[in-house]
Design a protein around this ligand. Sequence first.
Ligand code: NDP
Length: 333
Amino acid sequence: NRQYYLAQRPASVPTSEDVPARDVPVAEPAEGMAVIKNMFISLDPAIRGWMGDDPNYIEPIAINDAVRSSVIGRVVKSNSPELAVGDAVMSLGAWEAYTTGPAVAMNKLDESAGLPLSNFLSVLGPTGLTAFFGILDVGKPKAGETVLVSAAAGAVGSVVGQIAKIKGCRVVGMAGSDDKCAWLKDDLGFDEVINYKTCGDYGDAIRKACPDGVDVYFDNVGGEILDAALLCLNKFARVAVCGWISTYNDADAPGPKNLWQLVAESVTIQGFVVIDYMDRFPEAIGQLAEWVMSGQIQFKEDIVDGLDNILPAFLKLFDGSNQGKLMVRIPEE
Ligand code: NDP
């Protein structure tokens, strides 16, 4: 079983010394367990957080353990009445070819609609659900309000913006290339876009794109963009803190300087993790599927082939070269 494991905690951008490969036997399934052959391994910015040892919503990855990830796989061996060989499941697995785990923690996927299984990691999976609950429950957008989204062309951000459009908001997206900005505006119907790599002063660019100010800032990046957005908020604005990707590889990144704006404008700021909403996943998946089928939500998946490409693929999240939900595919034999 080829695995990529955490040999040491990365000091900055993870390297092949931090995350080397090894081959180990596939663990046999004890009673109640099953073995899946992984087909898709989800690559999420959160994994970078689990490689460190700061307090988090889930335990850090232990040194010498395979790097934890959501996976989609097919059951190849089962020691549980819950799962049969051939079932497709989603589970918390690892950067490895085969995952052995408890059957109760493997969610059987419904293949009857003929959807590509990768969709269960993207728009109908954790990133789509993050967008759904983050914008609706935390951002609480009202028709006519202005919603600003950072990392707007990413897996979470692109869905956030489209949901805000469905709710009648004016939506402004920030992304790191002209191609990404063009996709947001021309295909997804964002009202305005900012290429934050070429726009100059972030505050000026946000004020120009949001002449009526910002009512909801959906924060995927933290750092200087958050600081600039804080200065553009309207009275009673909401800041939904989803992630701070600009800081994940930089332990010395300074914290936000403009938090006083929370007082000045009576702002609500709230962080959240998608697993807070687990009870409501079925409802949200139903709604997301409806929007996808009606064409109101479009999405991109960036699928990199081959387990041995997993570390360079993961780093695409941090240089912005991923186009949509990033994952690695291991071909079925
Ligand atoms: P994306 O598909 O958005 O990929 C990451 C993108 O972040 C890159 O493509 C890049 O886009 C942008 N980015 C990278 N570095 C920087 C930087 N220094 N400054 C600004 N932008 C940067 O990933 P996801 O949609 O999976 O995740 C987006 C955010 O959501 C992350 O912060 C993640 O941690 C968070 N998240 C939170 C969850 C929760 O439950 N709270 C669950 C899932 C994700 P560009 O080209 O535009 O720079």
